[in-house]
Design a protein around this ligand. Structure first.
Ligand code: NAP
Length: 311
């Protein structure tokens, strides 16, 4: 194993939270290292036009926004490793972070590994991602003005997405695999009372149809086995998210769904380790809120390092 110099700050993750933290920390001359992952950039890399990130009235493509954030962080002296962290040791100081057989040490760490949307896992979903298939109504709903949309899922997220989408869509069909919603009663009531929303129960999506863009879905009733086609122009998959926290199990306290628990601000209960963005925030999950958390965590880390000067 190869040991390397002790860093002031290592940031794990390169979505809006990690890169905003890097911009702030590098401007504070902390010379941060971002371990960006093998697929850098986070969830915005699978988004097309971003119309709600302040400062881009003409909109910007998700991947382009991430390239610009990374350039901004690099400009102020952030280093990058485009590889995955394989394990961490937050029990000893300086903290140890392994990337394959490289062991890196740092006095402070910001965890910004985000969350991954769960997907149906069918081939057509992947092929039509960003071409009518989306995981974010707030981001993409406005592209479906006066068009029919399907939302997949039966939890609060699915209903929240469906209710939001009624602002734009001509109709919203919620496809749920059971005949009972998982969502809270109040959300279920709102959805049932909305004239644009209808439900298809006991059904799973077999295929999303379309060449260049989504044109419909093929669904299968799990009780009868009957297959049918529905014409829709958008498919919003809202079957839950999974925080990317597997490598932090046993190192940081996680809640029952795996999100990192915080102790105020961006501080985790491990002094010197901070968490930023969707890895702890399952409520707002926006690029701009993640970026805001990135700023918070960089300022928290900066104060921590000032209060704990290197020996
Ligand atoms: P969730 O509660 O886990 O619901 C996921 C839904 O997707 C379930 O209905 C599930 O079906 C369905 N599903 C899962 N895998 C599927 C698959 N492979 N194919 C088809 N359907 C599948 O997730 P969530 O809705 O994202 O909510 C997460 C948490 O955030 C919850 O605690 C929720 O209350 C909270 N939340 C709250 C609000 C709010 O209060 N406004 C808004 C959003 C989220 P089954 O029901 O059959 O398991």
């Amino acid at each position: 194993m190869m040991a390397e110099k002790v860093r002031n700050l290592i940031i794990i993750g390169s979505g809006p939270a990690g890169l905003t933290a890097a911009i702030y920390a590098s401007r504070a001359l902390l010379e941060p290292l971002v371990i960006a992952g093998r697929s850098p950039g986070g969830q915005l890399m699978i988004t097309s036009d971003v119309e709600n990130f302040p400062g881009f009235p003409e909109s910007i493509l998700g991947p382009d926004l991430m390239v610009r954030m990374r350039e901004q962080a690099a400009k102020f002296g952030t280093d990058f490793i485009d590889d995955d962290v394989t394990s961490v040791d937050f029990h000893s100081r300086p903290f140890a972070i392994s990337v394959g057989n490289r062991v890196l040490h740092s006095r402070a760490v910001i965890v910004a590994t985000g969350a991954s949307a769960l997907w149906l896992g069918i081939e057509s979903e992947k092929r039509l991602m960003g071409k009518g298939v989306s995981g974010c109504a707030t981001c993409d709903g406005a592209f479906f003005r006066n068009l029919p949309i399907a939302v997949i899922g039966g939890g609060d997220s699915a209903l929240e997405e469906a209710l939001f989408l009624t602002r734009f869509a001509s109709s919203v069909i919620i496809v749920h695999r059971r005949d009972e919603l998982r969502a809270s009663a109040i959300m279920a009531k709102k959805a049932r009372e909305n004239g644009k929303i209808s439900f298809i129960w006991d059904s799973v999506v077999k295929e999303i149809k379309g060449e260049k863009n989504v044109s419909g879905i093929v669904i299968k009733n799990v009780k009868t086995g009957t297959e049918s086609s529905i014409e829709v122009k958008g498919v919003f998959v809202a079957i839950g998210h999974k925080p990317n926290t597997e490598i932090f199990r046993g190192q940081l306290p996680l809640d029952e769904k795996g999100y990192i628990r915080l102790d105020g601000g961006s501080r985790t209960p491990v002094e010197g380790v901070f968490a930023s963005g969707d890895v702890h925030d399952h409520r707002y999950r926006q690029a701009v809120t993640a970026a805001g958390w990135g700023c918070v965590s960089a300022l928290d880390a900066q104060h921590y390092l000032e209060e704990h000067p290197a020996d």
